[in-house]
Design a protein around this ligand. Structure first.
Ligand SMILES: *Cc1c(COP(=O)(O)O)cnc(C)c1O
Length: 437
């Protein structure tokens, strides 16, 4: 539906889209970085989201509670520190499509992937494979490699990667399904990024879940680039576990605490294997400090330590804004913003274009981000944009040897929470001027 708007390549049209945008006031809830006195065009929310104006006050509030209450802050106030991890469960349930008992915020993404694999990767001689995407985010590759080794297996023979077929940059759901089916009875775990960080491709998570479960393997998802970006229905899809960071589209601050989903089947089973700590101990009797771990029968049972309150406080500000805006409205605007960007970039004459959009064209197969695969002029284009107050990012080419002079990727992510159609127009106008020089 939203794909069918008749876009126009002029600023009046962009301004009109902004004036009709029911989410336009959310921009005022964020600090927008300045470049030479003007608001930057911040298209880097896929890497580090902007700061909600409420965040600093919430951190300061906890500093004051610590100053005034000392240890009693653990038990007093609206969100006593022992309960603090519950503060963003409800907004997170809507964002990822989960039940209350399936969510916990703790640690950071890479740490959580290890903890979840400790529970869900149980390789045996006959079933030890992990199926994942080739060129996954490096941290995910290192997690998987080291887990395989910890269990005494060899990454060469235990990791099966899905790569794009020759000449392509994307993988297809059919390819993934075929590989899972082919290796099904030897596979322990299927692990994918919901959205690929480099190409911006959004996978069909529901389909992958279905096929994975036909084989009896577990499915885990890294949602770093999907959370707060595309609608997720983890519980309905039957995903076994997922982890995400909250500092990208979720705007919770550098190194902010990570989110975890564990399907109810396992979350409510205190005997399900895990690495344990005192904060996962059944809350009712935790402070009796007894021997022998007894898990809280929810995802909280995976918590190890007491929550880092100061890095947790900004999550409340950011998640509250997500709850107010709603994922459905955010996604509708996001589809329009990114489709508009695609439309404008496509209208640059082909022979001038120094880039190729490698992100899928269909909005169902992508989120906010477009990845512009550039020729040797890529770095100059990136520089040109930076000088004009655009914040986006540059990634060296890690795809297969693709064409002579292929240099890298400029990732641009207009986010529906705080970006505008005017910014998209302005950005495309800069790219167009560069190409037409
Ligand atoms: C951003 C990102 C990470 C970052 O991991 P941290 O542990 O939060 O530093 C990991 N995996 C993917 C896919 C990412 O996009």
């Amino acid at each position: 539906m939203t794909d069918q708007i008749r876009f126009e390549g002029n600023k009046t049209f962009a301004l009109e889209m902004d004036s009709k945008d029911e989410l336009r006031n959310f921009r005022n809830q964020y600090h927008i970085p300045k470049k030479e006195g003007k608001d930057a065009i911040y298209f880097c929310g896929n890497s580090l989201g902007l700061q909600p104006k409420e965040a600093a006050g919430l951190v300061e509030n906890e500093m004051n509670r610590w100053r005034d209450l000392g240890v009693e802050g653990h038990f007093k106030g609206e969100w006593p520190w022992t309960q603090y991890h519950k503060a963003v469960v409800h907004p997170a349930m809507d964002i990822v499509g989960a039940k209350e008992e399936e969510i916990i915020h703790m640690n950071t993404l890479t740490v959580n992937l290890h903890l979840l694999m400790a529970s869900f990767y149980k390789p045996t001689k006959d079933r030890h494979l992990i199926i994942m995407e080739a060129g996954a985010f490096p941290s995910d590759q290192y997690v998987v490699e080291s887990q395989v080794r910890m269990h005494g297996f060899d990454p060469e023979t235990s990791i099966v990667e899905v790569s794009p077929v020759d000449g392509e940059t994307l993988i297809s759901t059919d390819q993934i399904k075929e590989l899972i089916r082919k290796n099904g009875d030897r596979t322990a775990l299927v692990l994918f990024g919901g959205i690929q960080y480099f190409t911006g491709q959004c996978l069909d998570m529901a389909e992958i879940s279905k096929v994975t479960h036909e084989t009896g393997a577990f499915l885990g998802l890294d949602l770093a680039h999907a959370v707060g970006n595309v609608p997720l229905k983890l519980h309905e899809w039957g995903v076994d576990f997922a982890a995400w960071c909250t500092y990208k589209y979720l705007n919770s601050g550098p190194g902010a605490i990570g989110g975890v989903y564990i399907h109810k089947k396992y979350a409510t089973d205190p005997t399900f294997p895990r690495l344990a700590g005192w904060y996962g101990y059944n809350a009712a009797t935790r402070f009796l400090m007894q021997k022998k771990f007894q898990a809280t029968p929810t995802a909280e049972g995976w918590q190890l330590s007491n929550a880092p309150i100061l890095s947790f406080a900004p999550l409340i500000a950011s998640h509250t804004l997500f709850q107010q805006a709603g994922m459905e409205r955010l996604r509708n605007k996001s589809v329009r913003l990114t489709s508009y960007l695609t439309y404008l970039l496509d209208s640059i004459p082909a022979k001038e274009r120094v880039f190729e959009i490698i992100t899928p064209r269909e909005s169902s197969a992508r989120g906010a981000q477009l990845s512009l695969f550039t020729d040797h002029q890529g770095k100059a284009l990136f520089q040109y944009l930076s000088e004009r107050g655009v914040v986006c990012d540059w990634r060296e080419n890690n795809l297969t040897e693709k064409g002579v002079g292929a240099a890298g990727v400029i990732r641009v992510a207009p986010t529906p929470m705080y970006n505008t159609f005017e910014e998209v127009y302005q950005f495309a106008d800069y790219v167009s001027s560069f190409c037409g020089r």
